[in-house]
Design a protein. Structure first.
Length: 360
């Protein structure tokens, strides 16, 4: 039995309880979690914005140590340090093979619909985003973990599994930021902080952060922001003033709301790129006129998991961490226990803090 935070039903409070976790089957590994980040996607799963069978153990941004390997697993062994990969590519579908876009794999989340454990009352439990990281231990397919390179602290390495990878990918793969380009980032949460650091690493200048909270300015500047703006009706005008009157070459939206997507679009220069990372509900409708699409010639694109290949990109991020260019610890604004996840959700809804990290 291991402790876990269980979502009994969509919209219900999380319940801290013990669950019966089986030993790993063929092709699976059991991982003892060192830490798990509290991501906005977990909140979206809990409130129904994203679909998830329930009851479920949420959590998908995690790192830990392999404690057991099932039959047929030869690439991993007990004692290996690993990062969870919540969207493991199958390597066989159209997106994986023909298009070489593993972040769009049609089978990446197949595990979410298969029970992986039982409650202490014998009820089937489902793994949130296939990983179920809000628990002391989890059982996942071997392809759903990535070896953690040496030199990266295991606790902070949890952020490599989502926030850091998404922010890095948004800058380098989706928006393809070039040296000297101006970048504006809407939303200074965990992913926003990773995006700011990645924009700095890419050589962007200026790097402008936009958020509703004045308390986040110091956090944003420590991540690489050269300018900080409080979101308002004049945000786009202020961004143009800081970019020679043109607007930002690249705008990255990390909130997932129609108004911030529209604001990011409006803050982008003619011919620039607007990348949407935030996950919003289907009721969030963004309206663009045919004339402005023609006139501004901007590119508006979605971004799934940073358009990243985790097997390729996690080692790159780990090298940045080892060499002091990427600071994962600075993104963590609170270290909490499983029982504190609901409060972390509340803080997220209120726009407070960066990344809360559950430390086991």
């Amino acid at each position: 039995m291991v402790r876990a935070a269980v979502l009994p039903a969509v919209g219900a409070p999380l319940e801290l309880t013990e669950i019966d976790l089986p030993e790993p089957g063929p092709g699976q590994v059991r991982v003892r979690l060192a830490a798990a980040g509290v991501c906005h996607s977990d909140l979206s799963l809990s409130n129904g914005t994203l679909r998830q069978p329930v009851p479920a153990v949420l959590g998908h941004e995690g790192a830990g140590t392999v404690v057991a390997a099932g039959e047929g697993v030869t690439s991993l062994a007990p004692g290996d340090r690993v990062v969870l990969n919540w969207a493991p590519s199958c390597g066989a579908c159209h997106f994986c093979v023909q298009l070489a876009e593993p972040w769009l794999c049609v089978n990446a989340n197949a595990g979410t619909t298969v029970p992986y454990a039982r409650s202490k009352d014998g009820e089937d439990l489902y793994p949130g985003l296939s990983t179920a990281a809000f628990a002391e231990e989890t059982v996942v397919p071997a392809r759903a973990v990535l070896p953690l390179p040496d030199g990266v602290p295991l606790t902070e390495a949890a952020l490599l599994g989502c926030a850091a990878l998404t922010g890095y990918g948004a800058v380098n793969h989706s928006a393809q930021v070039r040296v000297g380009e101006s970048v504006v980032v809407f939303g200074v949460g965990g992913v926003g902080l990773a995006t700011l650091q990645s924009a700095r690493l890419a050589g962007a200048d200026p790097v402008i952060a936009v958020d509703v909270s004045p308390e986040k300015e110091e956090l944003a500047r420590s991540a690489g922001a050269t300018d900080y703006l409080l979101a308002s009706d004049t945000t786009a005008k202020e961004i143009r003033e800081r970019t020679g009157g043109f607007g930002a070459d690249v705008a990255v939206e990390c909130v997932g709301r129609a108004e911030t997507i529209r604001a990011a679009w409006g803050a982008t220069r003619r011919g620039g790129r607007t990348t949407v990372v935030g996950i919003g509900g289907k009721e969030q409708q963004v309206t663009l006129s045919a004339l402005e699409i023609f006139h501004f010639a901007r590119t508006l694109s979605g971004c799934v998991y940073g358009n990243s290949d985790p097997a390729r990109d996690v080692p790159v991020l780990a090298r940045h961490v080892r060499e002091g260019r990427l600071d994962l610890a600075s993104m963590v604004t609170e270290r909490i226990g499983l029982e504190d996840i609901p409060a972390a959700f509340d803080a997220m809804l209120a726009g407070r803090g960066g990344r809360a990290l559950v430390v086991f």
